[in-house]
Design a protein around this ligand. Structure first.
Ligand SMILES: *[C@@H]1O[C@H](CO)[C@@H](O)[C@H](O)[C@H]1NC(C)=O
Ligand SMILES: *[C@@H]1O[C@H](CO)[C@@H](O)[C@H](O)[C@H]1NC(C)=O
Ligand SMILES: *[C@@H]1O[C@H](CO)[C@@H](O)[C@H](O)[C@H]1NC(C)=O
Ligand SMILES: [Zn+2]
Length: 474
């Protein structure tokens, strides 16, 4: 089924006349010389915006084709359907990448891959010297997860390009679809590996020289097996300069329940919360659970328990609903019912859209860890901040473009915060950034039950396509 939204003979006529205008416009050498000279379109701004107003009703998403691609891509998995497991540089990851590159080729995009396997598909604009507008997401999947996380933003971006081609649109700024390498930390413990590197992270580049996976396979051996990183020295070539793109937009499932609960089609992300994670180790004295009396204990397990509660307390003290903290890992050694824990290990995740508030939680947690260790006579052998990323604010002009696009498409929308982080968090360091959310079933994600309806996905693709036209003509 080929979904056509609101086709009427009149609009079709308008569109035809419009593509004629645009074709003439492209063909006029005087005008294009003037434009190259001035750097600005000589076309009246009115007719630029009227393109979107008229063409928008003709936007047709091939919903059935897109659903088929989502299903086919989910087949490249190391676990049986409906679960998806697609680990960085595995055979299935390589097959899936090949599948995406083939689709990019069919959409007429020219393809470039960098040394770690970020993939770029480019549609050259009629002013190719201008910085491009980019969109994209990831296709790697944690073990036993679903088929929509990330995938909607890659296949959806390619379909948005197809929508624009069918509508007769000609981009002024080039448009690029990006597939980011390893958004998930599964294999090497590094999340958003591709986009962090694109944003020029030298410390990460250094650490890749030594990092190994659980099978003791080095990052570079794994990358080479997938056809990348043939020259280790070449890693700095992945870095993109600040300002390489004039805008970056990511389409993604919400991974939360708000849009579905409120019956809203489109979420426009205004900020991505700042994540931080911390590893903590306490060392006390073990002993027999019966023989050692309570006053004589230095229980590392109770220190960990007390710190977990302290994290909750410090988060609540911030007074903001946007501050969150989680102790998702709490391990006791030796882990026997009749043995006092001699060692404990916690991993703490805390996030906020306000970086200072988030950092206050980290600082207070550190102070608590020191105090708890002292009071319980245990040693705080490690308090290590693994990552402490700043939050990212969406760019106002991109948010406005996304709002206008939703309005012109008559889609209900609301402004919201992304509490999960995405490649966009890192793209924001080198480009103005925005994100489009679509509803997903009960907010489920990272499990096989993850689901988004093709109607919601098609809406997201249309908003993305229209937003890209605005950003490309700008
Ligand atoms: C997935 O793979 C199986 C077995 O290789 C095949 O029978 C099935 O048609 C594939 N499904 C899709 C949607 O490609
Ligand atoms: C991992 O591989 C390195 C280099 O091949 C080797 O020196 C080291 O002993 C290995 N470590 C383990 C735990 O197997
Ligand atoms: C949006 O609604 C208005 C008013 O009902 C209508 O004129 C317009 O064609 C609609 N646009 C789209 C893209 O459906
Ligand atoms: Zn994702």
């Amino acid at each position: 089924m080929f979904l056509k939204f609101f086709p009427t003979p009149l609009l079709f006529l308008l569109l035809c006349s419009l593509s004629t205008i645009l074709a003439d416009y492209d063909a006029d050498p005087t005008r294009s010389t003037m434009e190259q000279f001035s750097g600005y379109p000589t076309q009246e701004p009115d007719s630029v915006s009227s393109f979107s107003v008229d063409a928008v009703s003709s936007f047709s998403v091939d919903a059935q084709g897109l659903q088929k691609q989502i299903d086919e891509l989910s087949n490249f998995s190391d676990t049986p359907s409906p679960s998806v497991t697609r680990i960085l540089y595995s055979k299935m990851d390589v097959f899936a990448r090949r599948y995406i590159k083939n689709l990019m080729g069919l959409s007429g995009l020219s393809i470039r891959e960098d040394a770690v396997g970020n993939i770029f598909g480019r549609w050259e604009g009629y002013e190719p010297e201008l910085t491009a507008v980019a969109t994209g997401s990831h296709i790697d999947a944690i073990p036993y997860s679903g088929k929509y996380d990330g995938v909607v933003g890659v296949l959806g971006a390619i379909e948005a390009i197809n929508v624009l081609r069918r509508s007769g649109f000609k981009p002024r700024r080039s448009l690029e679809v990006i597939l980011f390498t390893s958004e998930e930390p599964t294999r090497f413990g590094i999340s958003c590996l591709g986009s962090r590197l694109l944003a020029g992270n030298e410390a990460l580049m250094k650490s890749l020289e030594t990092v190994v996976d659980s099978q003791n396979i080095s990052f570079f051996d794994a990358a080479r097996a997938a056809g990348y990183a043939n020259d280790e020295e070449d890693l700095p070539s992945v870095f993109l300069k600040k300002g390489s793109y004039s805008a970056f937009v990511e389409l993604h499932i919400e991974q939360g329940p708000i849009l579905e609960e409120e019956g809203i089609s489109i979420g426009i992300v205004t900020a991505i919360a700042a994540p931080a994670s911390i590893k903590v180790d306490f060392e006390g004295n073990g002993g027999h659970a019966g023989a050692v009396l309570m006053p004589n204990r230095n229980d590392a397990g109770l220190a960990a328990a007390e710190l977990a509660l302290a994290v909750e307390k410090h988060v609540l003290e911030s007074g903001s609903i946007d501050t969150v903290g989680t102790v998702g890992i709490l391990e006791l050694h030796p882990g026997a019912i009749n043995s006092i824990p001699s060692k404990s290990h916690l991993e703490i995740d805390t996030r906020d859209i306000n970086e200072m508030r988030r950092n206050t939680v980290i600082e207070k947690t550190h102070q608590s860890a020191i105090t708890i260790a002292k009071n319980r006579g245990v040693r705080l052998s490690e308090f290590k901040i693994i990552n402490q990323d700043p939050p990212a604010l969406s760019d106002k002009s991109i948010t406005k473009a996304m709002q206008a696009a939703s309005q012109e498409l008559n889609l209900s929308h609301k402004l919201m915060i992304s509490r999960a982080y995405h490649d966009s968090l890192f793209m924001a360091r080198i480009s103005p950034m925005g994100m489009i959310f679509i509803p997903c079933y009960k907010g489920y994600s990272h499990k096989p039950e993850e689901y988004a309806s093709i109607e919601d996905i098609a809406n997201g693709v249309k908003v993305l396509a229209l937003t890209l036209t605005k950003l490309s003509l700008y």
